[in-house]
Design a protein around this ligand. Structure first.
Ligand code: GCB
Length: 886
């Protein structure tokens, strides 16, 4: 229980006998120290039947997760269990009479802390910070911490399921805070106890309020709290004082600080004041503690018809949602990398970050404060709930920790608490039970809403829904939060991208009094995949571009849309996904290691105020095709662009909605591209060198190799930087397949493109995820010579790995029903039987890479011919490589 809040002493009329001078405005108090203790921890995973003392520990540094690598392998699942961290504390004798706290940025997800073998703390929840008092230190050089972290599934801890990986471990910074025995603290919520907010903010005035908590474990009878507000130049702007009348655990509220003509915080000018709050022994004047808080003054409102207003001006919130993991690090990424994400969002022209689906590193919100990015922050209740008191209590505790820990950030305008909570609907076959379940969700939502409004009446509340309006409206969930967030995927999980706009109008019409934010929208884009004929689910950059172009237009057109956050700022780990990059959700505008995709450039062209020009497919350095005439786009916010290809000027073209395109003639080999634009006497340029691989109609003497994808329209660049091009039907004197149909999952309107199964044994899944089914032969007219022919197969039918979530498109269809078909066939190479009675599923299993390689010498003009002869069922071929070796 929080300590009882003591009656506040009104201090407005209290005249101080002792006047504490804030002399130099710089920090003078040395009493509070924060020391990172991230280095040299001993870590071991729990093993059955062994106590933690018997385990073999390895040295690690924090941030650390034990899942950074096991999510990268081709195997499903990752370690969810207990990990132990041990560390000897290096304490200074001078701290003997101090209070020492152990602060965790976060630990996923349940943590017990032991000091010298005795339990001193426990925390539930993987995404908020917590503080533990270390009260019985020995100071003999042997004080030892043992931290037991558990990321096992727990029915009472949100999130229960979600489309992201629950990396276990001490993945945010750990530090010691050393303070005087009388100090500011709100240990229950893991904060320093100082909460600053402003009321009645306008261009003319602001009232600043400081609420706080302090702990006094000394004999000092009277403590003075003094807060000083200084501006960015260090000038004093206002001051407030308060004197305690007791020596216990106290809550206090300082008298108001009035600011005249405040400089307001905004994305354009993220101006911050600083509040220095000091605790002093009233009698002796000794400074006991000092806390600094940055303060941004702004006022804002949401209107159901007109959108969002900041400091009286209409502002469209544009940005992205963000997950916190990085390539090969999982969630254990250093704060500097987290901050870089906010910089990337700012450079893209974004002004809004949805901190999803859980509170993140304080450094992220610090960066949002200092760069002028508005945020919404949420707790991880995702997809479903457990109807238990413990789940409710844990959810509420997380909400409170989130609010208290992020309270002082000017960037935060929204607290949110549920994401698509009706997605994993329970009890669909028991209508009465389902009703009760829905009621439980509504109850929890209402409790979280009430708690949030009571704890922080200065911000808005939100939950994010999915699907159609009726589900959430009928469940009573639309009326509860102040803003409704909707996650919309027309043109991805269903329908067409063009349905997005009309759908927005329908949602608005159904809830005309609710402010609306599009909290998610996106399409998977694998930057290794390109297509001239983009279609849904092909994961190509081109489809992603089309999708986002339509969405941006529709969002900007509608004033009632207060804001929109693309899903996601970057690709992120999601262990249960198996698509072109297994265990990764590719909806990022950036890759998992933060390389920009074209879609990022598109946002930059739309929203950045700086002149911007980028050869759209600049990152597509290796292209190919049967013809050299190909489309190239330039992404820009300048009026018109000139494109120069290999020294030849193309016609100047006007940029429309951030993009302009040309069909240009590449030459085989290296091509130099330059895009130019002029504005106010200045020239803006971008250059790109592109290697073009011509795959001629006939295999010529100069042709070294063909890498062909069957049943596919995409181009793919593999991990050896080889380009794979779509195959075609056989034409005379050329090459191609004879017979066969592209693989499609039957009876599924959701699946239009190959398979989403994780193909075992390779990281180049797109080579295997499409195929021709029932082909008779494959023929290539090649000049005389020696060739290496490699056939690539994978059985795409039958139960692969099943996901617990409906995100994996295959798993929906596969759920227990899909049986691998009988498929046995022979393959002949130029009349010679090279593969006998191949039964892929039986021999290698479903969704496993199979590669078969043969050499052949061609001495006549017949070329290479492969024949596929079915013994049972239809033969298949996924990809084919033909390489000239002599
Ligand atoms: C959603 C979820 C998010 C998923 C996303 C997706 O609606 O809120 O957690 O990652 O869709 O990519 O499917």
């Amino acid at each position: 229980m929080p300590p009882i809040i003591k009656k506040l002493i009104s201090y407005s009329t209290f005249i101080l006998c002792f006047t504490f001078a804030f002399a130099p405005i710089k920090s003078i108090a040395q009493s509070r120290k924060t020391i990172a203790i991230n280095q040299n921890w001993h870590f071991a995973k729990h093993q059955k039947a062994k106590s933690y003392t018997q385990l073999k520990y390895t040295l690690v540094n924090i941030p650390h997760t034990w899942n950074a690598f096991d999510v990268l392998d081709d195997e499903p699942g990752y370690y969810r269990g207990v990990g132990y961290y041990k560390k000897k504390l290096n304490l200074q004798p001078a701290w003997k009479d101090k209070k020492i706290y152990l602060d965790f940025g976060a630990a996923n997800q349940e943590t017990e802390v032991f000091l010298n073998g005795k339990k001193v703390g426990h925390h539930i929840g993987g995404y908020t910070g917590f503080t533990i008092a270390l009260d019985h230190l020995k100071f003999d050089g042997k004080d030892e911490l043992l931290v037991k972290v558990d990321n096992s599934h727990n029915d009472n801890i949100p999130p229960l399921t979600a489309d992201f990986t629950f990396f276990g471990g001490l993945y945010r910074n750990v530090s010691l805070t050393i303070v005087d025995q009388a100090h500011f603290a709100d240990q229950l919520y893991g904060t320093n106890g100082i909460y600053v907010h402003a009321e009645n903010v306008s261009e003319n005035n602001a009232i600043i309020k400081v609420d706080g908590k302090l702990l006094n474990e000394t004999n000092i009878k009277q403590l003075l709290v003094n807060a000083l507000l200084i501006d960015a130049k260090g000038n004093k702007v206002g001051e407030a004082k308060w004197l305690s009348a007791s020596n216990e655990d106290i809550s206090f509220q300082l008298p108001n600080i009035m600011v005249k003509n405040p400089v307001l915080w905004s994305p354009e000018n993220p101006y911050r004041y600083q509040m220095i709050t000091r605790l002093t022994d009233y009698k002796t004047g000794k400074v006991l503690d000092e806390v600094k808080t940055s303060v941004g003054l702004r006022y804002f409102s949401f209107d159901a018809n007109k959108g969002f207003f900041l400091n009286g001006k209409s502002v469209k919130l544009i940005g992205a949602s963000r997950h916190q993991d990085f390539a090969k690090m999982g969630n254990a990424a250093p704060s500097a990398l987290q901050v870089r994400d906010v910089t990337l969002l700012k450079e893209m022209g974004g002004n809004f970050l949805r901190v999803a689906h859980y509170p993140q590193d304080q450094a992220v919100l610090d960066a949002c404060d200092s760069l002028g990015i508005l945020t919404s922050v949420e707790i991880p209740i995702v997809n479903e709930i457990t109807e238990s008191e413990a789940f409710y209590n844990n959810s509420k505790a997380m909400q409170l920790e989130m609010i208290k820990q992020n309270y002082n950030h000017a960037s935060v305008i929204i607290w949110a608490y549920m994401n698509e909570v009706l997605l994993k609907m329970r009890y669909n076959k028991e209508p009465e039970r389902k009703k009760t379940y829905l009621k439980s969700i509504e109850n929890l939502a209402q409790q979280l809403e009430d708690l949030t409004r009571k704890t922080d009446p200065t911000r808005y509340t939100m939950m994010s829904n999915h699907g159609d309006v009726n589900g959430y409206t009928n469940a009573g969930l639309v009326k509860i939060p102040m803003i409704v967030g909707w996650n919309l995927y027309q043109g991805w999980y269903g329908g067409k991208s063009e349905d997005f706009g009309p759908n927005l109008d329908r949602i608005h019409a159904a809830m005309p009094d609710k402010p609306l934010i599009i909290t998610e929208y996106g399409a998977d884009v694998d930057p290794r995949i390109h297509s001239d004929e983009p279609i849904r689910f092909d994961k190509s950059l081109a489809y992603g571009m089309e999708y986002h172009q339509i969405y941006i237009k529709d969002i900007l057109k509608r004033p009632f849309i207060a804001g929109a956050a693309a899903w996601n700022l970057s690709d992120f780990s999601s262990e249960t996904r198996s698509e072109t990059m297994p265990s990764v959700n590719n909806k990022g505008l950036l890759t998992l290691d933060r390389q920009p995709k074209n879609t990022y450039f598109l946002y930059k062209a739309h929203f950045s105020k700086q002149p911007y020009i980028k050869i759209g497919d600049g990152s597509w350095k290796l292209r190919g095709g049967t013809t050299t005439a190909q489309q190239v786009s330039v992404i820009s916010n300048l009026d018109s662009i000139v494109l120069v290809v290999n020294g030849k000027k193309q016609v100047k073209k006007a940029v429309i909605d951030g993009v302009v395109g040309w069909k240009i003639d590449f030459k085989a080999g290296k091509n130099e591209l330059e895009a130019l634009a002029y504005k106010n006497g200045k020239v803006y340029k971008d250059n790109s060198t592109i290697e073009f691989i011509l795959q001629p109609q006939a295999f010529l003497n100069a042709t070294k190799s063909f890498n062909l994808l069957l049943g596919s329209q995409r181009q793919f660049i593999d991990d050896k930087n080889q380009i794979w091009l779509p195959s075609k039907a056989f034409e005379k004197n050329s090459w191609g397949a004879i017979g066969g149909e592209p693989f499609k999952i039957k009876n599924s309107s959701r699946q239009q493109y190959g398979s989403d199964k994780d193909i075992k044994g390779t990281l180049n899944d797109p080579i295997y995820q499409t195929q021709l089914v029932g082909l008779d032969a494959y023929e290539l007219k090649v000049p005389k010579g020696k060739y290496q022919v490699t056939l690539h197969f994978a059985e795409l039918m039958g139960n692969g790995i099943q996901s617990v979530l409906p995100y994996n498109l295959d798993s929906l269809i596969a759920e227990g029903k899909e049986v691998p078909p009988q498929r046995i066939f022979d393959v002949y190479l130029n009349g010679k039987l090279v593969i006998k009675a191949l039964n892929i599923a039986a021999k290698y299993g479903v969704a496993h890479k199979v590669e078969q390689q043969f050499d052949c010498v061609i001495t006549d003009d017949k070329g290479i011919r492969l024949d596929f002869k079915g013994i049972a069922g239809k033969p298949v071929l996924n990809a084919l490589q033909v390489r000239r070796i002599k």
